[in-house]
Write a protein that binds this ligand. Sequence first.
Ligand code: GAL
Length: 668
Amino acid sequence: MTPRLPPKLLYGGDYNPEQWPESVWLEDVRLMRAAGVNIVSLGIFSWARLQPSEKRFDFGWLDRVMDLLAKNGISVCLATATASPPPWLTRKYPGVLPVTADGVTLQVGSRQQYSPSSPVYKKFAAALVRKLAQRYRRHSALASWHINNEYACHLPECHNADSTRAFRAWLRAKYRTLAALNDAWGTAFWSQAYGDWAEIFTPRRAPYHCNPTQCLDFKRFTSDAFLALYRMEAAILRAATPAIPLTTNFMGFFKPLDYRAWAPEIDYVAWDSYPDPVDEAAARHAGAVGHDLMRSLKPGRPFVLMEQAPSAVNWRSVNLPKRPGIMRLQSLQTVARGGDGVMFFQWRASKAGAEKFHSGLLPHVPPKQSRVFAEVTALGAELKKLTPVAGSLVRNRVAIAFDWHAWWAVELESKPGRIDYAAWAQSLHRWFYQKNIGVDFVHPGAELAGYDLVVAPALYLLTKQAAANLTAFTARGGTLLATYFSGIVDEHEHIVLGGYPALLRQALGLWVEEWAPYPDGRTNGVRLGGRKFTCDHWCDLLHLEGAKPLATYTGDFFAGRPAVTRHRHGRGTAYYLGTRLDAAGLDALLLRVTKTAGVKAPLRAPAGVEITRRDAKRGQFLFALNHTGRPARISLGKYRGTNLLTGRSTARTLTLAPLDAAVIQLKR
Ligand code: GAL
């Protein structure tokens, strides 16, 4: 059995008591209790304090904080403190420092200054984790381990000597022979053939385009190298505390790490979400799509929002605060989309250091006079009322096929046009979000039996197995919507010949002869269902072999040729979108696609009102969030129950004030 978190909604944030005199700690816990805080992430950047020199450890202060928190009923998500090595370590062992593709060594004085492949870093990190595990394994405050912090956040790759050695070892394990590597990397091109493993380097700055398969393998290697660090710490903690859940904080659509490979190793997904408050509509979608991606990594288990900002951050050039009500609504959105924890960076706003202008739950001003702290306290009380929701799950019938390897590959250099893979997936997700149709993100090769509709945006790199999986899904009765530049290369980034997208030809009933990627600002038109829409970015030139045209281009040398198609395959239907449609065109198409698939929202709601459902054996919960500045009236249809936030039974119509929300526990 995978260890679990306590069955409640977690509320709290990063707690950095080492930045404050001990006299402040008492006030901290008093205010935490007043705010309803029930958990803190402790010690994330404490390495230098815990180990002031190579041979000296100091756990006394941490013992006192742990005891104080336990005494006050506050749980601890205890960090392993390995995210920022202390200065003495890299002074004595400078080889630990990471190096960029340009050969620049990243120095001490910030954080994350270690190579993921450094044996010295690993040795010291493991020793620290062992000590922490031994010391706190039986502590009553310990509820979870927080391994490292945001792996690879500031350091997406490293090219130092340790990384070079480790990359070679990774390649040897993968390819066994240089002949296999030369073949996979296509080194017959540009005289790149390798005759010795020692000739191979990480893809450092070179005169011109780097070998794409080398670059792709380096991304895989880097994700694996960080995962190996996580595994090393996890093994130590697992052995010492088998019943305590382990996690590390993910970062949503974070390209350097293939979180899908990480997900089986963590006990629950935790992630950090920092949408820019400048554009509230964009921020609420960014939150939603991030939650959906993160939740999907571990279906069957609620996730925890490990960090969000109570108000402003400090790291954009201009940092707008969240206006009143937004932090609450974003927190409720987290729960609405499957979160069992709402946590923040950080508890008390720092007085010194690079993050002193980052908002905290407890700002610099006296708490009694703080608008933010008042909202924090109110939210703590509300989350307590939502305790029955904990453990319930979000279940969806629509999935977006999303794969980190496809992401890495499609964004390598020297492509026909520029595709922002995550943005394209997110823009398709946005349509479903606005319609309140729930979406999961899945690997294209994953079990798809639970879904009626799978959307595959620019699935450029596609394995035989994944292509067969999507084809079988369609044949069995599913609805597939694939878009341009899907199924072009195999796992080595070699073109699959035989007419693009060779492996999906059968399902889609078409092949692509050429494409016309457009520069920004250039457009074409399509005629779809008797209406005209604009399209841009990319135009595929299709040949149909069974598919029926739904839309045709109105301009360019391929005017009159199909742009969007529909194909009956087995018992299902495969749609193909060969271009990027404007909002109205996409709406027309997706209305049709979702009708074919038979998927719809739980109920109709005015624009800007977010509706979701969470289900458990013991009950079902309907969430309604009014993101607009106007009161919203929602006809609840068959849904009746009690609004957990007000304690009142619902009527046929629910009226929500601007930025207000309801969480309705449904009648059985
Ligand atoms: C996160 C990080 C925190 C803090 C926060 C500020 O990326 O994990 O330690 O720096 O950002 O927004």
